[in-house]
Design a protein around this ligand. Structure first.
Ligand code: ADP
Ligand code: MG
Length: 453
């Protein structure tokens, strides 16, 4: 009666105690199985190594002294710890886990040596100390390895105190002990050297892989820029031809409209209103075509070494004069070691005026504008990098190529020729232009222009 009360208290409602225990045992077994049989390839290899561990330690267990439970327990402890070490120390920071692991292995080795052989210091199992020694050599640097090896060596030599109570240390015995200990250190140093070299190689390959990835990224960027230049050139050529052809009929339309006014009754309000429309619209179209032809015309570059800073200041002033009421906090960061840029001053100013105007237009309510100029190197060419970053809405990633196309604009009164002109000028200077996210959440236009050698 009493027992069933205890049972019912232990078991959750509806689940008998036997079932609960069976469930617990199954879950423990499952955890052990999961620890041994793992899915990832790396850990699968480890599971094989674990099996080998069990085989070798099992072989040691059946070797004399066979009827020594402490020895068997120590071997079991070593095997279990070796297999579950990673999982046991998973939650501890790596360096501390390494120290714990070596310490536990030294303790287990000391227990094993202590229970094998009549005089522990003479035990053939002293070789088990290679386990913590090699572990330390694989985990720590040279000094850490030496320190842990010294500790393992001390742990082994501690059996000397016991032995000296009953025996005398002969010269050959002392030499043997010294040899054994010195081999601990030799093994530790060899393993440490190999592991350090391996780590160095790995980090070299890692940095090589990173450099390759970075080079690849730059190459892709350069390819995208080259495609943009080609596209703009083709588009420019095509539309320049078209614009040119539009101009002639426009002239004829305008002339005809003027003739109409003269020939028809000039005082007819409808006639003068309609011909007025024709004339003003033709003028508007003509301006647009002229502007575009101006854009498409090949640039006459006159590059000369120029200090880029006054050009940037000029662009900032032009934008401020254009939008005097917009509260923009301008932050200039010009490097002191700026080389002279080899640019056409007037065209270069156009580049920055367009970029700064766009930045102002992106922040109609005001904001922050950073202008950063620094010396740079692009594909082995010396140059100057100018970043213009605003705190506006930024450029959505899907528009980052389109914004450089002629006539692409998202503004009500925009023409969409600014960035294509900037791109063209920068291309003609053998530079490059990129748009990215700025640190203040807006757009960041980076321009590279060549500098004097
Ligand atoms: N600083 C900027 N922030 C956000 N969008 C920008 C910025 N600069 C340019 N853009 C986008 O690129 C488009 C094209 O710019 P642009 O060629 O100068 O022509 P426009 O200024 O006449 O629109 C703009 O309409 C705008 O959508
Ligand atoms: Mg613009």
């Amino acid at each position: 009666m009493q027992q069933s009360e205890v049972k019912s208290r232990l078991a959750p409602p509806g689940l008998p105690t036997e079932k609960l225990i069976a469930k617990r045992v199954a879950s423990v077994l499952n955890t052990l199985r999961m620890s041994l049989v793992t899915t990832s390839q790396d850990e699968f290899k480890l599971a094989w190594l674990d099996l080998l561990w069990i085989v070798f330690l099992g072989a040691l267990a059946v070797l004399p002294p066979f009827y020594e439970p402490h020895k068997e327990l120590a071997l079991l402890g070593i095997g279990t710890f070796q297999i579950f070490e990673r999982r046991l120390l998973r939650s501890i920071p790596p360096r501390r886990a390494g120290a714990y692991s070596v310490l536990i292995k030294i303790l287990l080795a000391t227990v094993l040596v202590g229970h094998t052989g009549e005089v522990p210091i003479n035990s053939s199992y002293y070789l088990i100390y290679y386990l913590p020694v090699v572990s330390a050599a694989m985990t720590f640097g040279p000094w850490g390895t030496l320190l842990w090896t010294a500790l393992a060596s001390l742990a082994y030599c501690s059996y000397l105190i016991d032995a000296l109570e009953n025996y005398e240390l002969t010269a050959s015995g002392a030499a043997e002990l010294a040899i054994r200990n010195l081999f601990f250190f030799l093994a530790a140093l060899v393993v440490n050297r190999v592991v350090t070299e391996h780590r160095r190689q790995v980090s070299r390959y890692q940095s090589l892989a990173e450099t390759l990835a970075e080079t690849n990224r730059r190459l892709e960027q350069a390819q995208a820029e080259a495609r943009r230049s080609e596209r703009l050139a083709a588009l420019g050529q095509l539309s320049a031809g078209l614009a040119h052809e539009i101009r002639n009929p426009l002239g004829v339309i305008k002339g005809s409209a003027e003739m109409l006014v003269k020939k028809l009754k000039a005082d007819d309000p409808l006639v003068s209103e309609l011909t007025g429309y024709i004339s003003s619209e033709v003028t508007r179209l003509n301006t647009l075509v002229s502007r575009f032809l101006n854009f498409a015309r090949p640039l006459q570059l006159q590059p000369r070494p120029q200090d880029i800073r006054p050009i940037l200041d000029q662009a900032l002033k032009a934008a401020h004069d254009r939008w005097p009421d917009v509260q923009v906090e301008v932050q200039k960061e010009y490097a002191t070691n700026l080389p002279k840029a080899v640019v056409d001053e007037e065209l270069c100013e156009q580049v920055f005026i367009n970029l700064v105007l766009n930045a102002y237009e992106a922040m109609p309510e005001g904001g922050k504008l950073r202008v950063i100029a620094s010396a740079a190197n692009s594909n082995g060419r010396k140059g100057i990098e100018v970043q213009i970053q605003d705190s506006g809405p930024g450029v959505p990633s899907e528009l980052r190529e389109q914004i450089f196309n002629p006539f692409f604009t998202t503004k009500k009164d925009g023409v969409g020729l600014g960035l294509s002109l900037v791109s063209k000028i920068v291309d003609d200077h053998q530079g490059w232009l990129r748009v990215e996210d700025g640190v203040d959440g807006g757009a960041c236009f980076t321009t590279f222009l060549p500098a004097e050698d």
